[in-house]
Design a protein around this ligand. Structure first.
Ligand SMILES: C[S@@+](CC[C@H](N)C(=O)[O-])C[C@H]1O[C@@H](n2cnc3c(N)ncnc32)[C@H](O)[C@@H]1O
Length: 387
């Protein structure tokens, strides 16, 4: 019997109900869940009883009592996974189907060569910096707690593997007890449900005190992959937090700070800082964000008019046509800035192509894919602004 059949057999003894779905290997996505028959909208396809969840409360006290009280739930769950080398029956079936360390190392930028990490787009790099700081805090606590114990030592790599599994496989869960914790700490792991891959729109996930339930968001044909949504995430977020990008992502956006900030004088940066508009300039497939508009206006309109724009939003003084004249100027300026940024994206793609020997080919390919997406978004925006 293969590991998935064993997992499902174990799941059925624990009251986990799959209806019309089954796990399957999906090229490029590890395991995923597919429709085993035609599924109707709103059909309940999975129920996972609360008793099977892996939570803060299921971590043995021999682990929790040695960890500092303020350690994150993420950090504690990872310690539980890492310090459980011969897992109890409860988790053995689950452990048999989770991605290998090799898979995790391949996809998660946190484990990549530092030189390759420098090629991440700005948003992803910033997220990675925060993720690393969070990991190092958790690891420092776990290392201190278990470093003097021969029976349960854990290496940094063991802990990192466990920490990244938790990062990519937890669900938000609220109970009377977890409501007392910060939002980020209301996380649990659940078997089978964690085999669903992500799409920018997916099945409905809900929970009550007795179970998690996943219900179809639309009709699915037999054999079709069934997704849930991990949230309204951009591809930079997905890449850093989950190790993949979507080719179709309605929530994707690109940070323009690297394109815009170098164009601003020190004085202009000061004005933007004072008014709370310095940096975090975002572009998606439909909109240039308001912060970007404010920075562009500062670059192409007299200061008094810019202040009016910031204070009142609209720079039309009632004479007609003014607003669109300024907007045209701002759009033209943005097009020229975007053209330069597009050149940078193309150079990054070329550089990645010549970067043999740094990191793995699959990691470089992932970065190139992301930069091609950025280039595409910029290109479409230029076309839109010029039409
Ligand atoms: C909750 S797990 C989903 C099950 C996972 N595919 C597995 O093999 O166990 C989340 C991980 O699945 C992968 N994943 C999820 N959605 C994906 C997608 N749309 N494309 C590629 N990989 C995806 C990523 O590696 C992510 O970190």
């Amino acid at each position: 019997m293969d590991a998935y059949s064993e997992l499902l057999l174990w799941a059925s003894t624990k009251g986990i109900k799959l209806d019309g779905i089954e796990p399957r290997q999906i090229p490029g996505r590890g395991v995923g869940i597919v429709a085993a028959r035609a599924i109707k909208t709103e059909e309940k396809i999975l129920q996972v009883p609360t008793s099977t969840l892996r939570t803060l409360e299921t971590v043995p006290s021999r682990i929790t009592k040695r960890l500092p009280k303020n350690l994150t739930v993420h950090g504690i769950l990872a310690a539980d996974l890492a310090l459980d080398p011969s897992p109890s029956k409860l988790y053995a079936r689950w452990n048999a189907v989770i991605p290998t360390r090799e898979d995790v190392w391949d996809s998660m930028p946190l484990t990549w060569d530092a030189q390759l990490q420098e090629f991440l787009p700005r948003t992803a790099r910033n997220l990675l910096r925060k993720q690393l700081a969070k990991f190092e805090r958790d690891w420092a606590a776990v290392k201190t707690a278990f470093s003097h114990d021969d029976s349960s030592t854990v290496s940094r790599d063991d802990y990192l593997y466990a920490w990244l599994l938790v990062n990519t496989r937890t669900f938000y869960h609220e109970t009377e007890r977890t409501k007392k914790l910060s939002r980020d700490d209301r996380m649990i792991m659940q078997p089978v449900a964690d085999l669903f891959n992500h799409a920018d729109q997916g099945c409905n996930v809900s929970f009550d005190p007795s179970a998690f339930t996943i219900a179809a968001d639309r009709e699915y044909a037999e054999g079709e992959e069934v997704y849930i949504s991990y949230g309204n995430h951009s591809n930079d977020f997905l890449l850093t937090e989950y190790g993949f990008v979507l080719s179709e992502n309605r929530w994707d956006e690109v940070c323009l700070d690297d394109a815009l900030l170098p164009e601003l004088s020190t004085r202009q940066k000061g004005y933007l800082e004072e008014s709370g508009f310095l940096g975090n300039y975002m572009l998606d497939d439909k909109t240039v964000c308001y912060r970007t508009q404010v920075a562009l206006r500062l670059m192409c309109t007299p200061l008094a008019e810019w202040r009016r724009f910031v204070d009142f939003g609209d720079d039309d003084d009632g004479c007609g046509g003014r607003s669109s004249r300024h907007q045209d100027k701002a759009d033209r300026l943005l097009v020229s800035i975007l053209r330069e940024y597009e050149m940078k994206a193309m150079k990054t793609i070329r550089d990645l192509g010549e970067l043999e020997g740094v990191g793995r080919a699959s990691q470089r390919a992932m970065l190139s894919q992301r930069w091609r997406q950025i280039r595409g978004l910029i290109d479409r925006t230029i076309t839109r602004l010029e039409s």
